[in-house]
Structure formats: C-alpha cells, structure tokens
Design a protein around this ligand. Structure first.
Ligand SMILES: [Zn+2]
Length: 257
C-alpha cells in the first residue's frame, strides 16, 4: 500500500509534492492515487472524479478513462477519448480545487465556490436512509468542500461570505488531521496572503484549534513579525514554511518567508 501511493495509478509517474494533487485529491478506492496531470485529464471526461474518486473509482476504471479502447465501429477517426456528457451540470468542486492548486481561473473559481456553497449548504438526507458512518462521512465531505469554497472566497476578497461559512468547518476536528487538513491549511494561507490579521487572531484564539495548527499560528506570527519566536517543533515549522513556499511558487506568487 505504501508503495503504490508513491507512483501514479494512471501513468506510473512518481508522485512528488509538485505532481501530487493537493488537498488529498486523487485517491482511489483500491488505495492507488493519480498524479496532477492524470487528475486533470480524468476530470475532463469525468467531472465528478475530484469528489468521488475514492468512492467510485479504481485503478481499472481510471485506466479505462485515460486509455479508452479504440472504437471498432466505422465512425470518423479523431474523436478522442470519452466525450463529456453535455447534459450533466459540471461539478463545481473540482473547479475550485484545480484553481486553488494552480492559482489560475480566479473568477471561474469564485463562481464555482458560490455554486458549491449553494449545493452543500444544506445536505439533503431525506431521500435515503443513511447509516451513521455514511452521514459522518458526508458531513466531513461537506466541511471539506465548504472550507475549499471559503479559501476561494478569501482569495477573491469576499471576506464576509467566508466569515459566514467558517463556523461550518473550522471546528470540525475530523478535518484537523489527515489529508483533508489541507483544505483548512489553504484557508489559513489565503487569509495570510490577504493580511487578514484580525480574522486570523480570532481563529487562533480557540486554544484547541491553535494547538492543532500551531505551525500555521507560527507562520502567521512570523509573517507579521520576523522576530517571532516560534512555538511549534522546529522541523514541523520548517516543513510547513517549505510547503507554503512551494505552494507560493506553484501559484506564481512570491514566497511568504
Ligand atoms: Zn499520472
């Protein structure tokens, strides 16, 4: 298991920080994971992949999407891979995630974030009976999506909208650890980019949150004051600084520290 998550299930390329989709995206139900390039290709033909990869997709299904069997019929050549379904509305979540990962499509991401918020603000559980674990998984997914949308709102300077969404995800401890933590990290990073010091102070005034994100508290304090004495372990703090600086380069802005 450890090994197969180090190479892309689609193309076999090694999964490095730069080639791995952010935010814990791209995992498959068989434990495999795809690289950023394959992720982008799959989302083109299967827009819900970003959201459902872990639930609905395996190495076999994504290879089918990436390398569709050649059509045997006499149809015209050059049709390319599976055509996207024109009638299906595009899933806004992968649009938000891709924009956050690349720093491109800022206004498209804002529109998608609004749509994601509308879709996920109220989760309708009336249609089918959910087991408790399914319900919890859905609430965690909802928090992850709202956190990602909030990061897009902050990126676009829509702080009041982000403020209204924030309570829906910031205290959900399921997001504090594990791969979905990156949604909260991105939210904090974008608040730092926008120098929202009072908002950050309010967030970190919660002791439990501050302990769980002490490295980000140190990052925020260090950006404000280069002489800040960090409180998180040095290696954890440096790893976070490196990660955030790599993210800065990835989206084409200058390093934070
Ligand atoms: Zn790949």
């Amino acid at each position: 298991m450890a090994d197969r998550t180090k190479t892309c299930a689609g193309c076999g390329a090694p999964l490095t920080f730069m080639s791995t989709p952010n935010l814990g995206a791209g995992y498959l139900k068989d434990g495999g994971r795809v690289c950023r390039r394959c992720f982008a290709r799959i989302v083109k033909v299967e827009p819900s992949f970003g959201l459902r990869s872990r639930k609905d997709h395996s190495t076999a299904t994504i290879r089918g999407l990436l390398h569709p069997a050649p059509a045997r019929s006499g149809s015209a050549a050059g049709e390319g891979p599976v055509a996207p379904d024109k009638d299906r509305p595009e899933d806004p979540v992968p649009i938000c995630l891709a924009a956050l990962q690349t720093g491109r499509n800022k206004s498209g991401a804002l529109e998608a974030a609004r749509q994601a918020r509308r879709l996920w603000w109220v989760v309708d559980v009336s249609e089918k009976e959910y087991r408790m674990e399914e319900l919890l998984a859905m609430l965690e997914l909802r928090s992850f999506i709202l956190a990602s949308a909030a990061a897009v709102f902050v990126w676009n300077g829509e702080f009041n909208t982000a403020d209204r969404i924030q309570p829906e995800f910031i205290h959900r401890e399921a997001l504090w650890n594990g791969e979905r933590r990156e949604a909260v990290e991105l939210y904090l990073i974008h608040l730092i980019f926008q120098e929202q010091w009072e908002r950050l102070e309010a967030i970190f005034s919660d002791q439990a949150f501050c302990s769980a994100f002490l490295d980000y508290h140190d990052l925020f304090m260090s950006v404000r004051d280069p002489h800040h004495a960090f409180r998180s372990p040095q290696d954890a703090f440096l790893a976070t600084v490196n990660k955030v600086n790599t993210y800065c380069v990835q989206i084409g802005r200058k390093r934070l520290i």
